[in-house]
Design a protein around this ligand. Structure first.
Ligand SMILES: Cc1cc2nc3c(=O)[nH]c(=O)nc-3n(C[C@H](O)[C@H](O)[C@H](O)COP(=O)(O)OP(=O)(O)OC[C@H]3O[C@@H](n4cnc5c(N)ncnc54)[C@H](O)[C@@H]3O)c2cc1C
Length: 235
């Protein structure tokens, strides 16, 4: 092996913890990576990228393990760079801005912000990772009123393909921020931190379910399509 060392919590195939590390939300994962790197900071991510390049093995990034495709965030014989141990959140209350490490799940993030009186459209399934949902757009029950997760992304820290740690926001690498919000149709690096605009939560909210019988599907669907685009966006 070459000059670059893996840093963070490193688990090679055969090490204790490997069988746990390989598990994802999708139980049909059927490839075995060479090594998992549980990064503790952006430098660990950078070292792992450089190591993968030096040793000519493929790499993947993983946050909340909720990839729907079974082998999206794991790779045969390669390095899985997992950021799930990076979970720090800081809130700038005055400017309503949250800076979030990419390893946190949306559930604890939503709950933590709610305790401070803020909300953000982080999806409806608490165990999904903020790392992946943001890059996929991110749809949730608040999307009508405050947009997709990616609409609220105002900055990110990323490790690029060469292992360089870069920042993208409205004043530096604006094109990369734009691309990371869906403009480029893909991922451009391994993200370690997102900065989001957050919103003052209302004092009260109402949650309800309406269930129609299956036989009424067509009628209900047609009515919903005519009604949904124009109904009050707080719904
Ligand atoms: C039960 C369930 C409920 C869901 N509910 C919703 C929902 O309400 N709304 C919605 O919009 N989506 C939802 N999704 C889809 C979910 O947003 C995507 O599957 C998303 O990619 C999962 O992100 P993750 O970090 O948990 O997954 P991972 O498996 O860790 O990552 C999946 C992919 O995301 C990308 N990615 C992850 N972390 C990073 C990172 N740090 N930097 C760069 N790219 C990264 C990579 O391409 C990676 O392969 C749901 C999925 C499941 C399984």
């Amino acid at each position: 092996m070459g000059s670059i060392q893996l840093t963070g919590l490193v688990i090679f195939k055969g090490d204790p913890g490997y069988e746990e590390a390989i598990k994802n939300w999708n139980p049909y994962v059927d490839v075995s990576p060479l090594v998992f790197v549980f990064a503790q900071n952006s430098q660990d991510v950078s070292n792992a990228i450089k190591w993968a390049r030096e040793n000519e093995v493929p790499m993947r990034v993983r946050s909340g393990r909720h990839a729907l495709d079974k082998n999206l965030s794991v790779v045969k014989g390669g390095v899985v760079i997992d950021v799930s141990e990076m979970q720090k959140v800081s809130l700038d209350r005055k400017n309503a801005i949250a800076t979030v490490q990419t390893g946190i799940h949306v559930g604890p993030l939503v709950k933590g912000l709610a305790r401070e009186g803020f909300m953000a459209p982080f999806g409806d399934s608490p165990t999904v990772g903020i790392g992946g949902i943001t890059m996929g757009g991110g749809f949730g029950v608040l999307s009508r009123s405050i947009g997709l997760v990616s609409d609220n992304l105002i900055g990110l820290k990323m490790v690029d393909a060469k292992g360089k740690i870069i920042q993208a926001d409205q004043s530096s690498n604006e094109d990369l921020l734009w691309a990371s919000k869906g403009g480029g149709g893909g991922n451009f690096g391994y993200n370690t931190e997102y900065t989001f605009k957050v919103h003052q939560a209302p004092k009260t909210a109402t949650v309800f379910n309406i269930i129609w019988p299956w036989e009424q599907l067509e009628t209900v669907f047609r009515a919903w399509q005519q009604w949904a685009p124009f109904v009050d966006e707080r719904l």
